[in-house]
Design a protein around this ligand. Structure first.
Ligand SMILES: Nc1ncnc2c1ncn2[C@@H]1O[C@H](COP(=O)(O)OP(=O)(O)OP(=O)(O)O)[C@@H](O)[C@H]1O
Length: 453
């Protein structure tokens, strides 16, 4: 990584003295006031900045310097900022550190010491990045079958780790393909039942008249064709975990039977007379809105409270920041191995397309696309077209229009800057690098609420 140092100093003499203090591998960029400093930060993204607090129009004071310190950190919080103060400004140095500066240096200039302080800042910067990367790698989910780096999913994984050892009935809600079944399996694997069986049944996939016997089993002669006794899924799961997928599709009469089982922990096979005790942990899932089903009279409220001792909500892939790309890379590695096509990577266009796509089919859709791409790609680099995605897909079908894309981006940036600055127009305009009148024009144009309108 090219080391970049931004020197913010309004005294031209000091500026030129400072620029020659550093080793050859450091690219030095100069700025002399608030505006040029923000512009240089945006353009060069330096890792380290030296900031003279006395800047125009207040070269004798420190107000502009402190404001700039604040704005720089808002824009680039991980940048290491060394505040340069006069000999008598010890208090300013302390305040600057309290406000986020990472170090300070007192004038008069001593080239060797300044070079040392700056070098140390570069070293700390890279150590911090290394640490962050490691953290990210470590924070990736440790649950089997779940790849995740988003805070939302990592939180769910932590909850799963907590609830797995307790025998609570769990309801997992979420769109199709978001990983509800993988989470149910993880709950089972982390529980004391892991050595026993995990049985899954999809209530939506089995015809209504067969579901009862599938779940609870039947005795010989219970109905035409019942030539021998058969255990149902509940009994098969004895000692282990029963996963009831799409529980929202369970017919009402069966819901009553399931409720009875959950309350009394005994079943009766179809055509059977005796009660059979069964020890299972039940995990349920549905992609449907249970509250709506309850209000429409299609799901029993008492059963809902029974099955939802703990409720987990798996967010759709489009709402999990960064997960789609992380999972895509993981899947790519898997399919490269299994299809014997080593070392394939995603092009930057493909990454962009994955980030921008809405993923209505969630992880299952992603799996299909990556599988296809590994088969279809001509070279080692997978392009957006191999995934049947468009790089330009910006989440909405009409976002190909450049003006619209620009306007949306402008609008988002303005709203963000206003939020960051607590709706202070002067500060927001500085963050955005525009004048205050321009910002007023833009908030009018986009109908953005400010404190004054
Ligand atoms: N975080 C993840 N990392 C890796 N693979 C995942 C992840 N989440 C889901 N998958 C995979 O995606 C596929 C769909 O997951 P799963 O069947 O658990 O979803 P679901 O929510 O139960 O779907 P449905 O509602 O359609 O039954 C599976 O092949 C699963 O292994």
């Amino acid at each position: 990584m090219q080391k970049k140092l931004l020197i913010i100093e309004d005294d031209p003499g000091l500026q030129s003295q400072m620029r020659w203090c550093f080793a050859e591998d450091v690219e030095v960029i100069l700025a002399q006031d608030h505006e040029t400093a923000i512009a240089a930060l945006r353009r060069h993204e330096p890792q380290v900045i030296t900031l003279d607090l006395g800047l125009p129009p207040d070269p004798g004071g420190s107000t502009v310097g402190f404001q700039l310190l604040h704005d720089l950190l808002q824009l680039a919080p991980s940048t290491r900022i060394i505040v340069v103060t006069g000999r008598e400004e010890r208090e300013n140095a302390v305040t600057a550190i309290a406000n986020g500066a990472s170090d300070f240096y007192q004038k008069p200039l001593d080239g060797d010491i300044l070079a040392f302080v700056v070098e140390r800042a570069f070293r700390l910067y890279s150590l911090e990045r290394e640490h962050e990367e490691k953290q990210q790698r470590h924070s990736a989910s440790s649950l089997k079958g779940i790849v995740a780096s988003s805070p939302q999913m990592l939180e769910i994984c932590r909850t799963v780790e907590k609830i797995a050892p307790a025998d609570v009935t769990t309801l997992i809600l979420g769109e199709t393909g978001t990983g509800k079944e993988v989470l149910a399996k993880a709950i089972h694997q982390l529980s004391s039942r892991a050595g026993n069986t995990f049985q899954a049944i999809n209530c939506a996939a089995i015809p209504e008249n067969l579901l009862e016997s599938e779940l609870f089993g039947y005795e010989k002669g219970a109905f035409t064709g019942a030539s021998a006794q058969k255990k149902g899924k509940v009994e098969q799961a004895d000692g282990g975990t029963l996963f009831l997928d799409e529980i929202g599709d369970m017919p009402m009469p069966l819901q009553a039977k399931l409720l009875r089982f959950l309350q009394e922990r005994v079943i009766e096979r179809v055509g059977g007379m005796k009660e059979i005790p069964v020890d299972v942990r039940v995990v349920c899932a549905t992609h449907q809105n249970i509250q709506t089903l309850i209000s429409e009279g299609r799901f029993r409220e008492d059963l809902f409270y029974r099955v939802s001792e703990i409720t987990l909500r798996t967010p759709p892939l489009r709402e999990r920041s960064g997960d789609a790309v992380v999972i895509a890379k993981y899947l790519l590695e898997q399919y490269c191995k299994s299809m014997d096509k080593p070392n394939m990577t995603l092009s930057s266009g493909a990454v962009l397309a994955i980030q921008n796509h809405k993923w209505p089919g969630n992880v299952r859709e992603l799996i299909n696309k990556i599988k296809r791409a590994v088969i279809m790609a001509d070279g080692k680099k997978i392009q957006a077209s191999d995934l049947e995605l468009s790089e330009h897909e910006a989440g909405s079908t009409d976002a190909l229009n450049l003006r619209q894309v620009r306007e949306t981006a402008e609008k988002n940036a303005i709203v963000h800057a206003l939020e960051l600055s607590g709706h202070n127009m002067a500060q927001a305009s500085r963050l955005l690098g525009v004048t205050r009148p321009t910002l007023y024009n833009m908030t009018d144009k986009y109908n953005i609420h400010t404190q004054s309108n």
